[in-house]
Design a protein around this ligand. Structure first.
Ligand SMILES: C[S@@+](CC[C@H](N)C(=O)[O-])C[C@H]1O[C@@H](n2cnc3c(N)ncnc32)[C@H](O)[C@@H]1O
Ligand code: SF4
Length: 407
């Protein structure tokens, strides 16, 4: 498939200094997410709804290697800082089994249209939400489906996310997940101050729970253990951030991933203006200093620190997306997919409700809400933005993907 025609907005040229200043002025939203301005930048590339089902499969012709992301939109409670696609927790119990039925159907639909069983996976993430909220039987169904509908080499690590509460309370579940062949587990510690956790609606992240969770993860045999931390909250002092970092180091994970708070679209969006760029820069510098002293390494600007030599620390799925711009398919509510020339969002990304996704899958249609047929410049924008997750660009991968050097 060829690239789409470049839109007038993407043909415009801007002074780099102006771009830099705009980024500084909009520092809360200038992040690795792309696109940010859907209406201005993406509308020209939008495919009409009635053409989605016939158009989407063409974009995968000739792509033999790709990443897989499966989204599980359930959490025990909803944290007010969270930006992810999570359904109302009161629906979890009634919705879980039927949601996994829909996921399996989505695997089948894609296989019928793209012959995915002949395509090889480079990385497989089960994300959320909190996928470990689900029953082990359901996670097992997803992993079996991945083996049935893709070529999944044994050296590719499957990665999953959990919370301290689940890992502390359900050691048998953590062991069962390991025995399903999952090799990497990521746990959201975020922050440790009880008053701030409470104010952000985050329950069950107490320090003692984090230690118990860590013990269960290690006892289950996980050798790729990541801890997520968050900074850039209003009312989070530098001292409090230092204490959180010290606690994370004491947990001894293999990797620590730092998330700067992104306010857009969250319940606490109004607090963004209370956080200065200088404050978050100071926090990121403190993290670098403390993590480096404890043996964790990352390039300047990279979010994931690793203690393991030669291991970038992220999941295989994310590593290849960032370094090589590898295409990926996302299944489940609100999941995102990127081929070389298309970007797609499943239903539910905005409304965070299952109904439309469910209706489409049950009707045998791909559950895509928005599909964009990208120009080469728009696809470059995506790869460049995502690269900032690692604080660097791989020039060879860029040239291979786009047939032109970055310069
Ligand atoms: C999909 S969440 C899954 C982890 C798991 N549900 C948990 O909360 O522990 C992945 C990570 O995104 C980060 N995160 C959540 N909301 C965010 C936001 N608004 N801005 C930046 N990072 C965020 C958190 O660090 C979280 O651990
Ligand atoms: S931060 Fe994690 S636990 Fe909290 S709502 Fe988001 S995905 Fe769920």
């Amino acid at each position: 498939m060829k690239w789409n025609i470049t839109s007038p907005v993407d043909r415009q040229r801007f002074d780099p200094q102006d771009v830099f200043e705009a980024g500084v002025a909009q520092h809360h939203i200038a992040n690795t997410a792309y696109p940010i301005g859907h209406i201005t930048t993406m509308r020209p590339y939008k495919i009409l709804r009635q053409q989605i089902d016939s158009f989407a499969p063409q974009a995968w012709e000739g792509i033999d290697e790709l990443g897989l992301y499966v989204h599980i939109p359930f959490c025990e409670t909803r944290c007010s800082f969270c930006e992810y696609t999570v359904v109302d927790p009161r629906e979890n119990q009634s919705a879980e089994d039927s949601y996994f039925d829909l996921l399996l159907k989505e695997f089948e639909m894609y296989d019928q249209r793209l012959a995915t069983s002949h395509k090889q996976l480079i990385g497989f993430d089960i994300g959320g939400g909190t996928p470990t909220v689900a029953k082990v039987e359901n996670i097992a169904r997803v992993i079996e489906a991945a083996h049935r509908h893709f070529i999944l080499p044994s050296n590719e690590t499957i990665s999953i996310e959990t919370t301290p509460k689940i890992a502390a309370r359900e050691p048998q579940k953590i062991r069962a997940l390991k025995s399903l062949g999952i090799g990497r587990i990521s746990m959201g510690v975020q922050i440790i101050q009880p008053s701030l956790l409470k104010a952000l609606g985050r329950t069950g992240s107490a320090v003692n729970l984090n230690f118990a969770a860590r013990d269960h993860i290690r006892e289950a045999g996980f050798q790729k253990f990541n801890v997520d931390l968050m900074y850039g909250f209003a009312r989070q002092s530098l001292k409090a951030w230092g204490e959180t970092l010290a606690h994370a180091i004491e947990l001894g994970p293999d990797y620590v991933t730092l998330y700067r708070m992104r306010y857009k679209g969250t319940r606490v969006a109004a607090q963004a203006s209370n956080v200065e760029l200088a404050q978050v820069n100071e926090m990121s510098a403190l993290a670098k200093e403390m993590l480096s002293a404890a043996g964790y390494e990352a390039n300047p600007g990279k979010n994931t620190y690793s203690k393991i030599k030669g291991d970038v620390g992220t999941s295989d799925y994310l590593r290849d997306r960032v370094i090589h711009g590898t295409p990926y398919i996302g299944y489940g509510l609100g999941a995102q997919s990127l081929s070389h020339q298309t970007l797609a969002y499943n239903s539910g990304a905005a409304g965070k409700a299952l109904k439309l996704y469910q209706q489409k899958v049950e009707a045998g249609q791909l559950p895509i809400q928005d599909l964009y047929y990208l120009s080469r410049e728009a696809a470059m924008g995506k790869m460049i933005s995502v690269s900032f997750y690692f604080g660097e660009m791989n020039l060879n991968s860029f040239e291979k993907k786009f047939g032109i050097t970055l310069e």
